[in-house]
Design a binder for this molecule. Structure first.
Ligand SMILES: [Zn+2]
Length: 216
C-alpha cells in the first residue's frame, strides 16, 4: 500500500519542570490535498466499461439531489442494474471506501448509508463513486488505480430511488466554516465524443481512455 506512513507533528517540550503540567490534543482530517488546483483540461471517462451504454438519470444541477449551489451541483447519476462493474474515470489513488451498508431509499435520511469509493487524482481533485452494492468494492485503500480499471459493483445504497452510480469530481476547500468541498464540472470522454456537459435522459456509451487504447 502506498501513501501510508508516519509524519511528525508538533514536538512538546517542558519549559518549567517544577510547574504542574498536562496536555491535551485534538485532530481532524479531510480527504484531498490542501491548496490543490484541479486541472481545468482534465478529461475523465464515464464510470463504466467501454461500449457499455447507460442512461444519465440526473445531470449537473439536477433538481432531485444535484441542486445548483449544493455540494453535488456537478455530479452525474447513471442508471445501471445492481452488480454492474463501475470503472475508474481517471487514474489515481484510492483514499476512501466503504461497502458494509445494505440500506438505501428515496429519502435524505439514507444519505449516510451509501457505499462508496473515493479516488484522488494526480491534480489533487478527488472522484467519488456512490451507492455501491454491499461487498461491492473491488480495490484496496492506498491502491494505485488506472483509468478504466474496474473498482466496484454498482448498487442502490444511500439516498437513491433506483440502482445507479453517482459520479462526481470534487475539490477540497481549505476552510473551517461552511461546506469543505466543492464539486467541479469535468469533460467526459464517451463514444459520442468528449463532452463538457451530459444531458439528462440521454444514453452514453463508454470508451477506453486514450492511454488504454494506445496500449492495446
Ligand atoms: Zn447523484
Amino acid at each position: 500500500m502506498k501513501d501510508q506512513g508516519t509524519v511528525d507533528l508538533p514536538t512538546l517540550r517542558i519549559l518549567d519542570p517544577r510547574s504542574a503540567w498536562h496536555y491535551h490534543y485534538e485532530y481532524s482530517w479531510k480527504y484531498g490535498l490542501r491548496g490543490a488546483v484541479p486541472d481545468p483540461d482534465a478529461v475523465d471517462r464515464v464510470p463504466y466499461g467501454a461500449n457499455e451504454r447507460h442512461v444519465l438519470i440526473q445531470g449537473y444541477r439536477g433538481t432531485f439531489s444535484h441542486q445548483a449551489g449544493s455540494i453535488n451541483e456537478y455530479a452525474y447519476d447513471f442508471a445501471m442494474p445492481v452488480g454492474t462493474t463501475v470503472c475508474a474515470a481517471c487514474e489515481g489513488v484510492v483514499i476512501g471506501e466503504r461497502d458494509d451498508s445494505d440500506v438505501g431509499g428515496a429519502s435524505p435520511v439514507f444519505r449516510k448509508s451509501a457505499n462508496y469509493v473515493v479516488i484522488r487524482h494526480r491534480d489533487g481533485a478527488r472522484a467519488e463513486y456512490l451507492h455501491l452494492k454491499k461487498g461491492g468494492v473491488l480495490v484496496s485503500l492506498g491502491a494505485d488505480i488506472d483509468s478504466d480499471q474496474p473498482i466496484a459493483l454498482s448498487g442502490a445504497t444511500g439516498f437513491t430511488t433506483r440502482p445507479h452510480v453517482h459520479f462526481a469530481v470534487f475539490h477540497l476547500l481549505d476552510r473551517s466554516n461552511g461546506p469543505d468541498r466543492e464539486s467541479l464540472p469535468v469533460a467526459v470522454s464517451t463514444k459520442e465524443g468528449i463532452l463538457r456537459s451530459l444531458v439528462q435522459g440521454s444514453e452514453y456509451r463508454g470508451r477506453y481512455s486514450r492511454s488504454t487504447e494506445w496500449s492495446r
